[in-house]
Design a protein around this ligand. Structure first.
Ligand SMILES: NC(=O)c1ccc[n+]([C@@H]2O[C@H](COP(=O)([O-])OP(=O)(O)OC[C@H]3O[C@@H](n4cnc5c(N)ncnc54)[C@H](OP(=O)(O)O)[C@@H]3O)[C@@H](O)[C@H]2O)c1
Length: 347
């Protein structure tokens, strides 16, 4: 299978590179920027024609979209609004168009930030309606909706009304709740043949919402806290926002399983368990052996930010587990593995 990875120089993209090392599939790693020491083909996912060319020339059967605007605070700046929307909403639509044309599969990575405003206290379901609190979550949600709309079949003409005049065919409204009402309500595709297989599967989408992503690569909360807990005598971290960290390598492994047996729908993937950012930091310090930092809990108000973060965005992983049989490790176990990798610099 020929698999195109976009945003390959980011956290998740780099973990996909690790997964690809042991795979029989042909992976093509693309990004807008170069990365030292690894091969990257240039592809800007805001350019539909460039995507089409790449898909055609490489006979791409599946795309894993790891590219996004991920700076949540900077997304709020009015001067960034257009590019954030282009990258998080329009670009996924471009990828969906290209995969629909090629009969392939699009694996889109979305976020717990599509939830946020509502005061949840139980894990969020894939079919749950959410209200984002900021531009990042809003544009990621728009991206989901545009992909779903792109792969939605045209509604059958309502008999006995006459067919509309040529050029006036309408498609389902992507903003309608029916398009986001869960996997049961969506056309289920895939029968175990693998993405874009020669058996002629029609292709489709798999949207995976994840949360609190960290890895050995790039900038992330884990690496920031490894530095701060090693260098500062005292630290305050918020304890009124709860979720679950996700080791990007675990997610990359899950994606590889899904690519070989795609079933269209929206799914959730994070590590297992629940914690606050305060608990996360305490565990980072403990596992790293950084005992010299006094870590204190505080409320979000003490760290004013342009965006109100979801107070509770734990994701329910039952459907991704049951549908694909993927492994969902406990967050502390995965954190230990990632810290070991960073410490050993074994990559
Ligand atoms: N990070 C999190 O905590 C988190 C949580 C939940 C969900 N997610 C989602 O998970 C996915 C992966 O996140 P991540 O943390 O791995 O992201 P990341 O590290 O920020 O990587 C994104 C990559 O996309 C590249 N990119 C930017 N503009 C592009 C364009 N026009 N065309 C192609 N590539 C472009 C970036 O390049 P530059 O660096 O040069 O801009 C970067 O290499 C994203 O969809 C994100 O929304 C992330």
């Amino acid at each position: 299978m020929n698999i195109l990875v976009t945003g390959a120089n980011g956290q998740l993209g780099n973990e996909m590179r690790i997964v690809a090392r042991g795979s029989a599939d042909r992976y093509i790693f693309t990004d807008v920027t170069e990365q030292e020491g690894v091969e990257t083909v240039r592809l800007d996912i805001t350019d539909l024609e460039a995507i089409r060319r790449m898909v055609r020339e490489n006979q791409v059967q599946a795309i894993v979209n790891c590219a996004a605007w991920t700076n949540v605070d900077a997304a709020e700046a009015p001067e960034n609004r257009a590019i954030v929307e282009r990258l998080n909403a329009e670009a996924p639509e471009n990828l969906a168009i290209a995969m629909k044309e090629a009969g392939g599969w699009l694996v889109q990575i979305s976020t717990d930030y599509v939830f946020g405003k509502e005061p949840y206290n139980t894990p969020c379901q894939p079919n749950q309606q959410g209200t984002p609190t900021g531009i990042y979550g809003l544009t990621k949600k728009m991206g989901e909706e545009r992909i779903i709309k792109e792969f939605s079949p045209l509604p059958a003409p309502a008999s006995p009304l006459p067919a509309p005049p040529l050029g006036e065919c309408s498609v389902a409204d992507a903003t309608s709740s029916s398009l986001l009402s869960g996997n049961e309500a969506l056309p289920q595709r895939g029968s175990g043949e693998g993405a874009g297989s020669e058996e002629g599967l029609p292709g489709g989408y798999v949207i995976i919402r994840t949360a609190w992503l960290y890895s050995e690569y790039g900038k992330n909360f884990l690496k920031t806290m490894l530095n701060l807990t090693a260098s500062k005598p005292q630290l305050k971290v918020v304890f009124d926002q709860c979720g679950t960290p996700t080791y990007a390598l675990d997610l990359a492994r899950a994606i590889e399983v899904i690519l070989h047996k795609p079933v269209q729908g929206i799914y959730h993937y994070s590590n297992e368990g629940v914690c606050s950012w305060y608990d996360f930091t305490q565990m980072i310090a403990r596992l790293a052996g950084h005992s010299g930092c006094d870590i204190q809990p505080c409320r979000s108000e003490e760290f004013p930010s342009p965006v109100k973060r979801p107070a509770y965005s734990v994701l329910d992983k039952r459907s991704i587990r049951e549908t694909f049989g993927v492994d969902v490790p406990y967050w502390v176990d995965s954190l230990q593995k990632c810290i070991n990798n960073i410490k050993n610099d074994s990559l």
